[in-house]
Design a binder for this molecule. Structure first.
Ligand code: IPM
Ligand code: MG
Length: 366
C-alpha cells in the first residue's frame, strides 16, 4: 500500500479561512476516489498566528511544515497588522515558510479557461487558449538579500535592500524552467534587467549557460519592462517565463489578470525533493473577507497542482481541472469572474456554493 502522506493546512487570514476549507473538502474526496492516502493537520500562520502566539510563523507550525509532504495555504495579512514593522508582519510567516523549507521554485500557471475569455481585460482573441507558466525564483533576490533596513544618516532616514543572486541559485531555477519548457511548448523566455543591474547580467549569463544543456528548448531573453508590456500586448507569444523573485511577483499578477481574475490563479512552491507549498496567488482580500464572496477556484486549482507535483497523482489533478472547467462551462461564477459572456447564462454563486458545484462536477466525471 502507498504510504500515507501528511498535509499541513494553513488557512491564514482574510478569505484564506473561507477558500481553504472548501478546497480541503475537494481534496479529501478526490484523494479517496484516487486512493491517495492522506493525513491532515492544521496550523496557524500570518496575522492570526500573531494574534494567538505573537509570531507570524510559530515554531509549532514550522515543525509541522517540515514533517509534511505538502502545505496548503490560504493567504496572510490584512489591515489589522499593517502598522507592524516589516519583520513582524503576517507576510513574514509566508516568507519564512518559503525560505525555511527551501521552496525555491515557484510555478504560477496563467491558463485561460475558455468559458472565461470574456472576463479578461484584454480582447478575447488575444487571450483565447492562453497558457503561460511563470517560474519565479522564490527564496533569494531582493526579498531576502542582506543588508536591508532603514537607517538614519545625517538626520535623514534611508531605506535599503540588496538585490543579490549567486550562480547556484540561478542555475537551479533555470533548470526547473528548462525542464518544464521541455515538457510544454519548448520555449523559455528569461526576464531580467541586464541593461542596468549587474545581478541580472549574471542571471542572463548563467541562464544562457544552462541553456547549453537544453538544445531542444528555444531560449530568449527580455528586459522586465518590455516583458510587462508584451504580456498585455501579445501574451500568447510566451510559453514558459523564468525570472527572479521580485519581477516574478509583479509579472505573475499581470499574467493572472489576463486570465480574467486573480481569483483563478494557483501556485506551487517547490523544494528540490518535490515537497511543496500550494497557495492561491490572490491575497487575503480583506475587502470581501467573511462574506462568502471569494472565488475558491484558485485554491482548488492549487490542490490540483499538489496532486500533480507533490503527491504523484496526475489523474487526480486532471480530474480537478476538468471539474473546474465543467463548472465554468455551466455558467457558475463568483463575483470576480461574473462579467457576462454572450454564450452562457451566468449563475452568480458564493464561495461555498462554488465548492459544492466542483464536488458535483467531480462526481459526474466519466
Ligand atoms: C505573492 C505575494 C507575496 C509575495 C507577499 C504576500 C509576501 O504577493 O505570493 O505573490 O510578495 O511574494
Ligand atoms: Mg504577489
Amino acid at each position: 500500500m502507498t504510504e500515507t502522506k501528511e498535509i499541513l493546512v494553513l488557512p491564514g487570514d482574510g478569505i484564506g479561512t473561507e477558500v481553504v476549507p472548501v478546497a480541503r473538502e475537494v481534496m479529501e474526496s478526490v484523494a479517496r476516489r484516487y486512493d491517495v492516502p492522506l493525513r491532515f493537520t492544521e496550523g496557524l500562520v500570518g496575522g492570526i498566528a500573531i494574534d494567538q502566539t505573537g509570531n507570524p510563523l510559530p515554531g509549532e507550525t514550522l515543525a509541522k511544515a517540515v514533517e509534511a509532504r505538502a502545505v496548503l495555504l490560504g493567504a496572510v495579512g490584512g489591515p489589522k497588522w499593517d502598522d507592524l514593522p516589516t519583520l513582524q508582519r503576517p507576510e513574514r510567516g509566508l516568507l519564512g515558510l518559503r525560505s525555511e523549507l527551501a521552496l525555491f521554485a515557484n510555478l504560477r500557471p496563467a491558463l485561460l479557461f475558455a468559458p472565461l475569455a470574456a472576463a479578461s481585460s484584454l480582447k478575447p482573441e488575444l487571450v483565447a487558449d492562453l497558457d503561460i507558466l511563470i517560474v519565479r525564483e522564490l527564496t533569494g533576490g531582493i526579498y531576502f538579500g542582506e543588508p536591508r533596513g532603514i537607517e538614519t544618516v545625517d538626520n535623514e532616514r534611508r531605506g535599503f535592500n540588496t538585490y543579490v543572486y549567486s550562480e547556484h541559485e540561478i542555475d537551479r531555477i533555470a533548470r526547473v524552467a528548462f525542464d518544464l519548457a521541455r515538457k510544454r511548448g519548448g520555449r523559455l523566455c528569461s526576464v531580467d534587467k541586464a541593461n542596468v543591474l549587474e545581478v541580472t547580467q549574471l542571471w542572463r549569463e548563467v541562464v544562457t549557460r544552462v541553456g547549453g544543456d537544453y538544445p531542444d528548448v528555444a531560449l530568449s531573453h527580455m528586459y522586465v519592462d518590455n516583458a510587462g508590456m508584451q504580456l498585455v500586448r501579445e501574451p500568447k507569444q510566451f510559453d514558459v517565463m523564468v525570472t527572479g523573485n521580485m519581477f516574478g511577483d509583479i509579472l505573475s499578477d499581470v499574467a493572472a489578470m489576463l486570465t480574467g481574475s486573480l481569483g483563478m490563479l494557483p501556485s506551487a512552491s517547490l523544494a528540490a525533493d518535490g515537497k511543496g507549498l500550494y497557495e492561491p496567488v490572490h491575497g487575503s482580500a480583506p475587502d470581501i473577507a467573511g462574506q462568502d464572496k471569494a472565488n475558491p477556484l484558485a485554491t482548488i486549482l492549487s490542490v490540483a497542482m499538489m496532486f500533480r507535483y507533490s503527491l504523484d497523482a496526475p489523474a487526480a489533478a486532471d480530474a480537478i481541472e476538468a471539474a473546474v472547467n465543467a463548472v465554468l462551462d455551466a455558467g457558475y461564477r463568483t463575483g470576480d469572474i461574473a462579467r457576462a459572456s454572450a454564450d452562457v447564462e451566468v449563475r452568480l454563486v458564493g464561495t461555498r456554493e462554488m465548492g459544492d458545484q466542483v464536488h458535483k462536477a467531480l462526481e459526474e466525471l466519466p
